[in-house]
Design a binder for this molecule. Structure first.
Ligand SMILES: [Zn+2]
Length: 402
């Protein structure tokens, strides 16, 4: 980033410097736009790229070069894989994902110790927080997907001030400590929970607040990194200052008037894996008025839903294509589908299997949970159905009340 350069200047500079083979360059070319003529008046003429199309772009011949327009792989520090078959690329440099703005807004600094209890394997969520925390000087305990008992023991020994993870995980840790006779609030130092992956209900906020823990939330994607974050007023999500967010009609890609709902379309002008008008599939709206915190950035009201068929559970997407592939790996199943239910303690993912022939012991299907986890990065619970009870239908059925 050049000093003093605005977001749009950086976007225009990015567009002008793209190699001809870059996916963004080709997309602009198809729309008849000259790359050195991009300005705010014609920007919305650049067709959006649907998040769901990224896998196809990457699958295409020479796809990686098309999504990595600049230094190619030499500029890349890490490669992640998202459900649905997309690869996500991170570049060198501190705070590539933009999470420092979030952790700073939450008041985290060099005297903080943070547990990061998100998966470090395969997907970028844990690294987004980890690098943001490192960039403000906080110490990180990378517990990743360690079991609850081990995580609790680390918390009891090291007394961290910040927890990063899912709300159900944190509530479970606190309950475990209290059931063993501990007085959480009197002995632990935890004051902040940066929660991800699940809806944060009022009950959870209250449970944590009673124990001196403030619950914070942000919004980001594996392609863009941080998009918006809460402030201490907790009224919407302030948009990161070095990216451009539009709220668009999902069908046309055209911006909608302020205050109306639409798809979050994000532009991230950076050297590695730049994003120009990426349609996230998330639905939101700009919040009206100024925030009482005094920050100037525009806010989103929060994420109101999904525009496409992807089903989001605990921060991960279940793609029907992944479940179709899973079903093909289980020949003993006549039908296999996934249902997502909302339970009191979080979202419940069930993998339902109807055996093909004769009664089968559940044990025959036990590998299904592991296969599902490998594909989707999520835990699911196997449910073997009696024969004849399955229905033909979609591979993924989201039965949570909206
Ligand atoms: Zn604010």
């Amino acid at each position: 980033m050049e000093r003093g350069e605005g977001v749009f200047e950086r976007i225009a500079r990015l567009a002008a410097s793209l190699p001809d083979g870059a996916e963004i360059a080709q997309r602009m070319g198809r729309a008849g736009l000259a790359r050195d003529r991009l300005d705010p008046s014609n920007f919305a003429a650049v067709p959006t790229l649907a998040k769901g199309s990224l896998a196809a772009v990457q699958d295409a011949a020479d796809g990686f070069r098309a999504v990595l327009p600049f230094g190619g792989l030499s500029e890349v520090s890490r490669i992640f894989r998202s459900p649905g078959g997309t690869y996500d690329f991170a570049g060198d440099g501190p705070d590539y994902w933009g999470f420092a703005a979030y952790v700073s807004a939450a008041g985290i600094g060099p005297d903080d110790i943070a547990v990061v209890a998100l998966a470090y394997q395969g997907t970028p969520g844990a690294f987004m927080f980890d690098e943001g925390l490192q960039s403000v000087g906080a110490a990180v305990i990378p517990t990743g997907t360690m079991g609850s008992e081990a995580v609790l023991s680390l918390i009891e020994d090291l007394r961290p001030t910040v927890f990063v993870g899912t709300p159900s995980h944190l509530v479970g840790l606190i309950r475990r400590h209290e059931e063993a006779g501990g007085n959480w609030q009197a002995t632990m130092r935890l004051r902040l929970a940066l929660l991800a992956g699940e809806r944060v209900t009022d009950d959870i906020r209250e449970f944590l607040s009673e124990r001196g823990v403030a619950a914070w939330q942000a919004y980001g994607t594996a392609e863009a990194g941080l998009i918006g974050h809460e402030c201490d007023v907790h009224s919407g999500l302030h948009i990161r200052s070095d990216i451009l967010v539009e709220i668009c009609d999902p069908a046309t890609g055209q911006p909608r008037p302020d205050g109306e709902t639409g798809e979050v379309v994000v532009t991230v002008p950076r050297k590695v894996y730049p994003m120009l008008r990426l349609g996230t599939g998330d639905i939101s709206a700009f919040a009206g008025g100024e925030c009482a915190c005094g920050r100037g950035e525009k806010r989103l009201v929060g994420i109101l839903g999904r525009t496409d068929e992807l089903t989001k559970v605990r921060g991960m997407f279940i793609h029907p294509r992944d479940i179709a592939a899973l079903a093909a790996e289980v020949p003993l199943a006549k039908r296999l589908w996934v249902e997502v239910h909302r339970e009191a303690d979080g979202d419940d993912v069930r993998i339902l299997v109807e055996p093909a022939t004769g009664p089968h012991e559940s044990a025959a299907f036990e590998p299904v949970e592991q296969l599902f986890r490998q594909r989707c990065g999520l835990r699911g619970r196997l449910v073997v159905m009696p024969q004849g009870t399955g229905k033909d239908g979609p591979f993924v059925r989201d039965l949570r009340q909206k």
